[in-house]
Design a protein around this ligand. Structure first.
Ligand code: ZN
Length: 557
């Protein structure tokens, strides 16, 4: 629902084999090498001393959250971690490192295969439900409860335990009492140190929520945050509960607002209606009055922990998930710029070294990459979102386009993002030099996405775009197998694809969407050749929180 976690297993295409032995130290090192280590540094010197101290408290609270999450993900995880930490052999050290990357003994990039001896299959219920219960038993028990008790038992913020044979819901504030007391104390200390009122309000209300399980006020305060420090700490996503998707896992992001990108975003936002009015579609499908957009924050990550820090590193997220807050305040998208930049340096640049001819590599540029990501997010809000249903009444295009809708929507945001940036360059809103890097950078990044496979919507949407531009001559394949651009043809191809996708959405034309994806959302041989050449390139990053660790040392946390 929120965070994009690409199926890394598909990218690595490791065969499943039941009798496979546990990986040895060499194999573990190779598995680890998929994640390129990178220092996440930040200059904190501009922050006043009180804010720096508050930041140190938030990092300390995030460490508490990390341990709490480890327990949620598996009841035996803490014991396993202590055992591994006591093993000084090379194999023990390699296991410990991979355990910390995966936050547990199961390989999240390879079908949750265990890589530690004595560990069974990953329990899909994690530690949210009793180990001896069945999913059916829990569901039957929940559905028989009276309304209020049922809300508690099925809610985000309780575990299910067995008390004298019967099932019972235990609130997080009780289940994780020690950790949440400690974390709440640190948040309150941080609240006492900051001079920023909206931050203070969030931290105080979140500390209270840790102790009374009522997260509503603090979710609202998070939506209203307007501060140089942007923390997100608490129980949020429910992916770890693979039984019922009910129980929220704890995570923490400690971030600093990026003022330059925030200003860029504001500039773009003020151009959106003018862009909508010029969309290359039938004028009756343009929206004469765009609604308010969901807020977007661009931040730099200082520290992440718990559910926010395992396997593939999160580069952007939408929160909160609580329907009551969504109704009242909507949601907020947070984009982690320095994480995107680390992925750009460690993954995208090496990919461009393989996928593009040497002369084109200088045109692969982080500013172009990130500016296009920003525009992609904004363009989700533009174009037709409703179509005429069978009875003539408007229906969400998403509903009419069914399973094709998210691949089409992702492709639309990408390609119309390119279209929109070109218009803003022509208009003088965006610096002309972006036009020299924008399309080459996009071409390189398309291989990063395609590497994750075309099973999910981002991959499907990207395959569609690449094949569309190949067919119209905007993308070309060189004799040596590298890819290039033909700028005489690419702009026309981009505009035609914007028109094609938005017209399908405006009409809610499921048959056309299905036909387009069947024909175009495929990996063709020239793309496969490049993907095969990318085998040695890291797939993702392993962040090292050097600025946060420095801060902790400085403040004795
Ligand atoms: Zn998107």
């Amino acid at each position: 629902m929120n965070r994009l976690v690409l199926p890394l297993a598909l990218a690595l295409a490791a065969p499943i084999c039941a009798e496979e032995p546990l990986p040895d130290a060499g194999r573990l090192t190779a598995m680890q090498a998929v994640f390129a280590p990178v220092d996440l540094d930040a200059d904190l010197s501009a922050l006043p001393p009180g804010e720096r101290k508050a930041l140190a408290k938030l990092v300390a609270a995030s460490k508490v959250v990390d341990a709490l999450y480890l327990r949620q993900a598996g009841s035996d995880n803490v014991r396993l971690l202590l055992d591994l930490a006591a093993d000084p052999t090379p194999l023990g050290r390699a296991r410990l490192r991979y355990f910390l990357t995966m936050k547990g003994p199961w390989d999240r990039t390879d079908h949750h295969k265990p890589f530690i001896p004595g560990v069974g299959a990953k329990p899909p219920q994690a530690d949210f439900y009793p180990a001896d219960a069945t999913k059916e038993e829990v569901e039957a028990w929940q559905s028989a409860l009276p309304a209020e008790a049922k809300d508690r038992a099925t809610g985000f913020f309780s575990t299910v335990r067995r008390a004298g044979g019967a099932l019972t819901a235990v609130p997080y504030s009780v289940e994780y009492h020690n950790e949440l007391q400690a974390a709440a104390g640190l948040l309150r200390e941080a609240a006492g140190l900051t001079g920023q009122p909206s931050l203070k309000r969030y931290l105080e209300s979140r500390a209270k929520a840790f102790l009374d399980d009522d997260y509503f006020a603090s979710d609202v305060a998070w939506m209203e945050l307007d501060a140089s420090i942007e923390p997100t700490v608490g129980p949020y996503e429910t992916y770890e509960d693979e039984w019922l998707g009910q129980k929220a896992a704890f995570e923490s992001f400690v971030c600093l607002r990026d003022d330059a990108e925030t200003a860029k975003l504001q500039k773009f936002s003020s151009e959106l209606q003018a862009l909508e009015d010029r969309l290359p579609i039938d004028p009756r499908w343009r929206n004469p009055k765009l609604g308010a957009l969901a807020p977007i924050r661009v931040v730099n990550e200082l520290y992440a922990s718990g559910d926010a820090a395992h396997g593939v590193t999160t580069a952007a997220f939408n929160l909160p998930n609580d329907e009551r807050v969504l109704k009242q305040k909507g949601s907020k998208r947070v984009m982690l710029k320095n994480v995107q930049e680390a992925k750009f340096q460690k993954v995208l640049l090496p990919i461009s070294g393989v996928a593009l001819p040497a002369a084109a590599r200088a045109k692969v540029d982080f500013d172009a990459f990130f500016t296009h990501i920003l525009m992609h997010e904004l363009m989700h809000g533009l174009g037709p979102h409703e179509a005429a249903g069978p009875d003539g009444k408007p229906v969400a295009a998403r509903v009419m386009l069914k399973e094709t809708s998210s691949a089409l929507e992702e492709a639309k945001a990408d390609v119309s993002g390119l279209w929109a940036l070109q218009r803003l360059i022509d208009k003088g809103v965006v610096d002309k030099k972006l036009s020299e890097t924008l399309h080459t950078t996009f071409l390189a990044s398309s291989f990063r996405t395609l590497r994750f496979g075309i099973a999910e919507s981002h991959g499907k949407g990207m395959a569609l775009q690449v094949n569309w531009h190949l067919d119209r001559g905007g993308f070309i394949v060189n004799a040596d197998g590298t890819f290039g651009l033909d700028m005489r043809k690419l702009p026309g191809s981009i505009e035609a694809l914007v028109r094609e996708l938005m017209t399908i959405q405006a009409k809610g034309d499921y048959a056309a969407a299905k036909a387009l994806l069947t024909r175009m959302a495929v990996i063709r041989p020239p793309v496969r050749i490049v993907l095969d050449r990318l085998k040695g390139v890291p797939v993702d990053i392993e962040p090292r929180f050097v600025a946060a660790e420095r801060l902790l040392a400085e403040h004795g946390e």
